[in-house]
Ligand binder design. Sequence first.
Ligand code: G6P
Length: 608
Amino acid sequence: MCGIVGVLGREAVAGQIVEALKRLEYRGYDSAGVATLEEGCLTRRRAQGKLRNLELRIKDEPLQGRVGIGHTRWATHGKPTENNAHPHASDRLAVVHNGIIENFRELREELTAKGHRFDTETDTEVVAHLVTEELRQGKAPREAVAAALPRLRGAFALAFLFEGEEDLLIGARQGAPLAVGYGDGEMYLGSDALALAPFTDEITYLEDGDWVILTHAGAIFHDATGLPVHRARQRSMASAFLIDKGNHRHFMSKEIHEQPEVVGRTLAHYLDMSEGAVRLPFDLPFDAKDLASITISACGTAYYAGLVAKYWFERYARLPVEIDVASEFRYREAPLKKGGLMIVISQSGETADTLASLRYAKENGLVVLSVVNVATSTIARESHVVAPTLAGPEIGVASTKAFTCQLSVLACLALAFGRATGALSAEREAQLVSSLIAVPGLMAEALKREPLTEQLANQLSRARDVLYLGRGTSFPLALEGALKLKEISYIHAEGYAAGELKHGPIALIDEDMPVIVIAPFDPVFEKTVSNMQEVAARGGRIILIADQRAEHESSIDFQAVIAMAEMEPDFAPIVYAVPVQQIAYYTAVHMGKDVDQPRNLAKSVTVE
Ligand code: G6P
């Protein structure tokens, strides 16, 4: 999604702005731009495509301005052309925007009637003209912004730069994140602390509805009613994380390899390793034994983590789980019981639909527990309880380590709830906890299958379609496997519950269709073997991901077997995610795709 940067500096700022934009690249974008004041006059450089195009543009036509704003755009309204790239400008100001202005059509009509001319297909341009209209009526920049903001509907973050105003930037936040950074004689605006990490670790996050005036003297915050408010500074941890690829070709590869470490770190946060028991690092504002059910909502990979967790909560705590993708949940008027529990899962903590589901649940009197990776995110801040995943920043658009950390947290929660409801015996809890403790080591072991996954990817890269099958907790992993492959290799893939094979997808099976079966040696293994036989009988090529026992028991002629170590099958999705991710990764690498920033995708989806 779009990224915003603003710098009120001491020397030429264009270089700093581009450097900060690079740290927002992970969010996904398709054009970029910078605006500065050159001797008081608004000047823009914009370019379609990657930031290096913008850098070349600035190299050809350098910018010297000491105040400026920059943007990476992920197209929503209008194609990713240079003309639609931000900043958008009038003769009086330039603006960058993340999010959507829902009422832009009516505002455009109104402003057109007043003589404003629109040059782009974007919703953002109305913001430039709306504020310009206020300026034309004689208002100063801050009053003009204050007058314009209440007229905008939607979820957005904005940064403004004004003609002739060398000591002024204005930022606003409604729904999409924005942070102020404090430097040595410099002030910054950024979509997140990561963008500002090279300059400062002193940050203030704007609250929803806030807008802020930045000058060299500091930041003055206003709330949605326009009154000045105090917003606390905090020390950001973003600079503590190294945002580089290490020895890896791609962030995705680095993040896959980090999993034993970050899953270990996350589990250590929730488990008392010496006692062999779950110890939640927070108090729950409810007693799990009083719960009648759990509702879960999330998007994308986080949703699949929730689907796995449904099996765990139902099995260990005997609590029925209702789960839905957030874009459906938020609108389907689900009847919710006051006092119930809503779990939302999100890596970024900013996903618009997930946030809306959270708010719907709160309005209906539910307690919201969020499993999030970004502790300062909106979802974290609006939840009653935050269960952090300690994955560290995830830069690759395709989620990997955040997924396995989400699974780790959810497994611990399910065990804690199982103990509270009395459905899980102390003995079984101890067994399951020791199985969880073994997970990071098993993931490290799974990474050793890399040469085989690389070799298989070579063959998969020639496939037109790929089918993923699994039962039980392996079914959501099959869905996740298909999603990963689609996202980064653009090969059509589908995940199916193995038992559903004969109700449709079996019609697709032939010798050209690779079928990846995820089948740990669990109580439904025999059933999956029958499904594999149905595939084999029709000439299907099966790639089996299973432990050695499973391979031995099935007597089918597989195209390949990725043999995993024996483990507690309930937690197999956390470990089996590794080869599933590597298959997608190497297939995309083999096909020469942009693994870290696949086309059309965004890391943090702040529009619905
Ligand atoms: C986007 C990302 C996915 C992610 C999903 C949910 O589609 O590309 O990787 O799973 O959003 O994001 P969240 O930050 O809420 O986990």
